[in-house]
Ligand binder design. Structure first.
Ligand code: NAP
Length: 312
């Protein structure tokens, strides 16, 4: 398959790049001094695009590739792919579900623990030798809290399974009520937030879930409430979140994702009631290898006319 042209949109994981290079004629969009010029030169030969959560396949890219057959994203989220355009052109789409679920759920729970128990600031306290001057201040308990989950999909369900072991009472909001869960369903996210001490955001990003966490939801969660976002930054109205944290209308936040990554609002950096991660939910070596293998297996299946492993 060395002659099949595959376009990678942005640097991802070197293992994925190396393995793609072994199998396909690989083009790296980010290495071109002029992207338009590169696309003009190679457009006829590209049959697959590999994108991720920062650069996927938008309408302009898809339009520039007349022989594109498949978009294989190195992510489970599909928000950077123009799915309608793919459908209209009969371009197949694959993603990397399941293999990253455990890691993202682990990070979600880690963020909740770190935010409530102030793990990052107590670590800094020891490193900065402040312990010599007295004990660290008291923090808040995680076990037993009421937890709301927005998006009880693969990752949301894995978060639920984990927090159940912490004795938390679990409720959720999704598009639909799930038949086989013991958790309480709220068709309205504001009511869910009002009933929760910790609100986890784990839904997919769509037009409907853009800013699903607005001022009303933040105020319903309240001054003792904690928001954990491992979905996408655009789920949360970030200026509203920042002012609620500063004004004490929200207790704290653990954030793996931001509206304008890698930009993070300056005001968040000075707050002690937040834990900030650089979008690393699925970034363990083991999971990244599994995601890369799934991207490659999907491409190979497509070009060998076999069933796709994880079609969208
Ligand atoms: P999934 O199984 O498809 O779950 C998505 C959930 O979102 C479903 O429960 C769905 O509800 C819910 N949802 C969709 N539209 C909604 C709406 N309008 N209102 C309320 N809920 C809605 O996907 P997943 O594998 O769990 O992944 C979820 C998301 O996590 C991804 O899309 C991605 O953005 C994010 N993610 C982040 C990281 C990271 O590194 N931080 C890593 C991986 C994934 P229904 O069940 O009712 O349809």
């Amino acid at each position: 398959m060395e002659e099949i042209g595959v376009l990678m949109t942005t640097p991802m994981f070197s293992y994925l790049e190396d393995e793609l290079e072994k199998r396909f004629k690989l083009f790296r969009l980010w290495k071109a001094s002029s992207k338009d010029q590169l696309l003009n030169q190679i457009s006829q030969s590209i049959r697959a695009v590999v994108g991720n959560t920062s650069i996927g396949a938008d309408a302009a890219l898809i339009d520039s590739l007349p022989n594109l057959e498949i978009v294989s994203t190195y992510s489970v989220g599909l928000d950077k792919i123009d799915l309608e355009k793919c459908r209209s052109r009969n371009i197949r789409v694959t993603n990397t579900p399941d293999v990253l679920t455990d890691d993202v759920a682990d990070i979600a729970v880690g963020l909740a623990l770190a935010t409530l128990r102030k793990i990052s600031s107590s670590d800094s306290f020891v490193r900065n030798r402040l312990w010599m001057n007295g004990d660290f201040h008291l923090t808040n308990k995680f076990s037993g809290k009421s937890v709301g989950i927005v998006g009880l999909g693969r990752i949301g369900s894995a978060i639920a399974k984990r927090v159940e072991a912490f004795g938390c009472q679990i409720s959720y909001h999704s598009r639909s009520k799930k038949l086989h869960t013991p958790y309480k369903f709220y068709p309205d996210i504001v009511t869910l937030a009002a009933k929760s001490e910790i609100l986890f955001i784990s839904c997919s990003l769509t037009k409907e879930t853009h800013h699903i966490v607005n001022r009303q939801v933040i105020d319903a969660l309240g001054s003792n409430g904690i928001l954990i976002n491992i979905g996408r930054g655009q789920h949360v109205d970030e200026p509203e979140l920042v002012s609620a944290l500063i004004e004490g209308r929200l207790g704290g936040a653990g954030l793996d994702v931001f509206e304008d990554e890698p930009e993070v609002p300056e005001l968040l950096l000075g707050l002690d009631n937040v834990v900030l991660l650089p979008h690393v939910g699925s970034d363990s070596i083991e999971t990244c290898i599994a995601m890369a293998d799934l991207v490659i297996d999907n491409l190979e299946a497509h070009f060998k006319n076999k069933p796709l492993l994880s079609p969208v």
